[in-house]
Design a protein around this ligand. Structure first.
Ligand SMILES: [Zn+2]
Length: 444
């Protein structure tokens, strides 16, 4: 399925709130590509960078260990890849400089949803409840405290000296990767000028990274010394960036969101892509299929156009064709996203044909093994197992979904049910045991 601007409910009895994490293969792949060379230049390379997209219109982005948290608002606001790459470079500079080390260690250990809850100031109680209970109750408590404090102080408050250090490091990484620091400068200038309008559009990023004029001036002088200062992002990358922005606009800014964003080029691919997605979301699925077909005719190698076509076919109750469209998307997706594989499985499941439903379970299981935190995916996996009569696996999948969503009580209940049906010591039995043995986090 395409971008899931989903709301993940957390199991906190007295305060049922949600953490808006977006899962989307296209956006995650692109932001990973932006980050990878920078992190490598910063000596922070690790296998498997995880991009966490937060559905929030404010500008925020930061790196914690292997996870990069970025608001959809920041992606929309950045007109070029270079602007986002610059912000990632600056954040990498903070990590390499060891700034806010203690807090970062807590974030590293905490469950993704707990971090996002803390970032958005959703509440210390939720941050505590969602923190990984896997013998890390202490880290959870620390994050809960850090979370409320972060919310008060505007996330990660850096010292002025640390900002200068991070800027200089960012320049080094951009230089090493042959990229311009112009985007970073553009973003920071934008903040500096909106900062002057007191109280207007104060973004969390702005509060945590003080941007006095002299810092910007200093940065500009250094940035201009680079032979790459005027180097532009490759056209192919700029197009992917704009396609991503069109998608976010279509999902977050209503039926004409993408049209507004690309009003200067209404016949360009980004505008057409945004329009096709809007039609899928708000219009007739048959028209959405036609629009997806036109996009594919223009760019047959774009995996996400096929994914969009699959989404539209599902909505039009043409599950067999949808499965074909997802299969094509998977073949074209260089990032090998588990999300697409789950989408493929959903289409196979929707066919209702026993052999295809069996295949659906296998595909979704494989996709989720690469994307274990994709909580919504387990619901479909459970359905598939249910339909083929494998009730133990269905219950284990349900348990896993609750576990990944931070709903530990429900997770344990389903794990216990699953365990009774599995053979003692089998892989399913052992996984159920892992879930059952978690300590319940303290409620507040
Ligand atoms: Zn900073």
């Amino acid at each position: 399925m395409s971008a899931q601007f989903m709301v993940v409910p957390l199991g906190v009895a007295h305060a049922q709130r949600s953490v808006p994490i977006v899962r989307d293969a296209e956006i995650e792949a692109l932001v990973s590509e932006y980050a990878r060379p920078i992190l490598k230049a910063a000596g922070l390379s690790r296998s498997g960078i995880q991009i966490v997209l937060v559905n929030d219109p404010g500008f925020n982005a930061f790196v914690a260990g292997r996870r990069i948290f970025v608001n959809t608002g920041a992606l929309m606001a950045s007109e070029t890849p270079n602007e986002i790459i610059g912000v990632i470079a600056h954040e990498a500079g903070h990590i390499a400089g060891g700034h806010q080390e203690r807090l970062r260690q807590q974030l590293e250990r905490a469950q993704t949803m707990a971090v996002v809850a803390a970032l958005l100031g959703i509440g210390a109680g939720i941050a505590g409840a969602a923190a990984n209970a896997d013998g890390m109750a202490q880290a959870g408590a620390g994050l809960a405290i850090g979370g409320s404090e972060m919310a008060r102080r505007g996330l990660l408050g850096y010292q002025r000296g640390e900002e200068m250090t991070a800027d200089r490091s960012a320049l080094t990484y951009l230089q090493a990767t042959g990229q311009s620091a112009k985007g970073m400068l553009t973003t920071f200038e934008r903040f500096a000028s909106s900062m002057a309008l007191a109280g207007v559009n104060v973004d969390p990023y702005q509060i945590s990274h003080p941007m006095p004029r002299e810092r910007i001036a200093n940065l500009e002088t250094l940035a201009r010394q680079s032979p790459y200062f005027d180097r532009k992002d490759p056209a192919e990358l700029q197009l992917r960036h704009d396609l991503m922005r069109a998608k976010i606009a279509a999902y977050t800014d209503g039926p004409s969101g993408a049209a507004r964003l690309f009003r200067n080029d209404p016949r360009g691919m980004p505008a057409l892509y945004g329009d096709a997605i809007s039609t899928l979301l708000y219009g007739n699925p048959r028209t959405a299929i036609e629009k997806a077909d036109r996009l594919i005719a223009a760019m047959p190698g774009n995996a996400y156009f096929h994914e969009l076509r699959g989404d539209a076919l599902i909505k039009a109750n043409r599950a067999v064709e949808a499965a074909d469209a997802y299969a094509k998307a998977i073949r074209l997706d260089k990032s090998r996203s588990g999300l697409l594989q789950v989408g493929y499985g959903q289409a196979l499941l929707a066919t209702g044909k026993p052999d295809l439903v069996r295949k659906a379970a296998a595909e979704m299981q494989a996709g989720l093994s690469r994307e274990p935190e994709f909580a919504n995916g387990y619901r479909y996996l459970a359905q598939a197992y249910g339909q083929i009569g494998d009730i133990a696996s269905a219950e284990l999948a349900t348990a896993e979904g609750h576990y990944q969503a931070g709903q530990y009580q429900d997770a344990k209940i389903f794990a216990a049910r699953a365990q009774m049906k599995f053979k003692r010591g089998s892989p399913g039995w052992l996984r159920a045991q892992d879930i059952i043995e978690l300590k319940t986090p303290k409620r507040r």
